[in-house]
Design a protein around this ligand. Structure first.
Ligand SMILES: C=C(O[C@@H]1C=C(C(=O)O)C=C[C@H]1O)C(=O)O
Length: 93
């Protein structure tokens, strides 16, 4: 059991490292977007979640669970992007 948990812990470290890398792209999007109205893009949110669900099927992981995880991830990313976007605006004022 200890070996199994060590394997899970190691994978979790790698998953979170990748999530950090993903968030750096969200921050880059905040720098590129010119208008606060385009920070939230519902079409792109649906596109990201559909692609993640497809990837889940390819990797034998429940797609419905990936949809739930990505709903939280993308909403959290949008919230983070708004914070960064607003900070950039304040810095430029
Ligand atoms: C990064 C973007 O901004 C937001 C964050 C998204 C994400 O976490 O993938 C998707 C849509 C956007 O509302 C984007 O528009 O691509």
């Amino acid at each position: 059991m200890a070996e199994i948990r060590d394997g899970i812990d190691e994978l979790d470290r790698r998953i979170v490292a990748l999530l950090g890398e993903r968030m750096r792209y969200i921050e880059a999007a905040a720098r590129v977007k010119q208008d606060r109205d385009v920070v939230r893009d519902e079409w792109r949110k649906a596109d990201v979640i559909d692609k993640a669900a497809q990837a889940a099927e390819d990797h034998d992981f429940p797609p419905a669970l990936v949809r739930e995880i990505y709903e939280v991830l993308v909403e959290g990313s949008i919230a983070h992007e708004f914070v960064k976007f607003d900070q950039l605006g304040e810095a430029g004022e």
